[in-house]
Design a protein around this ligand. Sequence first.
Ligand code: PYC
Length: 332
Amino acid sequence: MARVDAALAARPVQPDNVAMEKIVCLDSHTGGEPTRLVMSGFPDMAQLPLPQVVQQLRTRHDRYRAATVCEPRGSDVVVGAVLLPPRAAGSLASVVFFNNVGYLGMCGHGTIGVMATLEHLGRVSPGRYALDTPVGTVTVHLRGQGVVEIDNVAAYRHRKGVPLQVPGIGLVHGDVAWGGNWFFLCDAGGVDIGLAQVDALTERAWAIRQALEAAGVTGADGAAIDHVELMSAPHDAANHGRNFVLCPGRAYDRSPCGTGTSAKLACLAADGRLASGAAWRQESVLGSVFEARYRLDGDRVMPTIVGRAHVCAETTLLIDPADPYAWGVAPA
Ligand code: PYC
């Protein structure tokens, strides 16, 4: 013990804690999928329109993303969200979501996490609010105790039944759909969507993702399809479907994925398999559930997703200039 004390005493004292940058965050999870909400500590981008904020983060400040969600403070699975002042008149706030490899358009589980966190902080009480995201303004209804209903941006199916030759798997057919991010939705090919099969599911989804790239299959305007959604029947008969969603950085979504469920609704609507207003209960690989439905605005499918988040940590991240990994370790 004495030796440890001596070592501590001999250690050069950080001259001044203020020399460290601090990123103040709150963590939550939505159906098992984490959201780290950044309250302060990112560069000031309050004046910029959101697409420019994303551009600036990507090109000039990307290390703040990596410091927040990547190791050693985070992990591949953590989704970050930076809270900014509202852009649209009447909105509560703006939010930009990010992950271990880049930035997201929208994020359903993350939006639920953001609202539950603001409720935890006493900044909002149950009611309706608008949140600005890089892909549009979404309306959220905070029901209370972390239960949040999101009226997402319009979802649509871009292509139906796309044939794809996948090395090691063979021919698969899937739909390309938008739900706030781009998805390729296809059958899980008989692999059980459960935690025991996560490695097999990840390999399958990643092979599909690479095959999409190799074959030049994209979303609208050549957009990369960076989420793969494998689907099967639900485990619980009270629900309607089960999914495994592989995210852009090869981490899988523990929740049923709000934007992925929105893309699924667009496909169901396009196939005439789900009526406007009817409930669709989507299970995740963990068994956590989002309840979803859509309404039609003209011929646009407007998804609503309901889920619950729990706040699980209050954290101040310290960026020590002497730390070689202060700005995060990017995934290989
Ligand atoms: O819930 O939309 C979602 C989402 C996207 C990526 C991870 N979760």
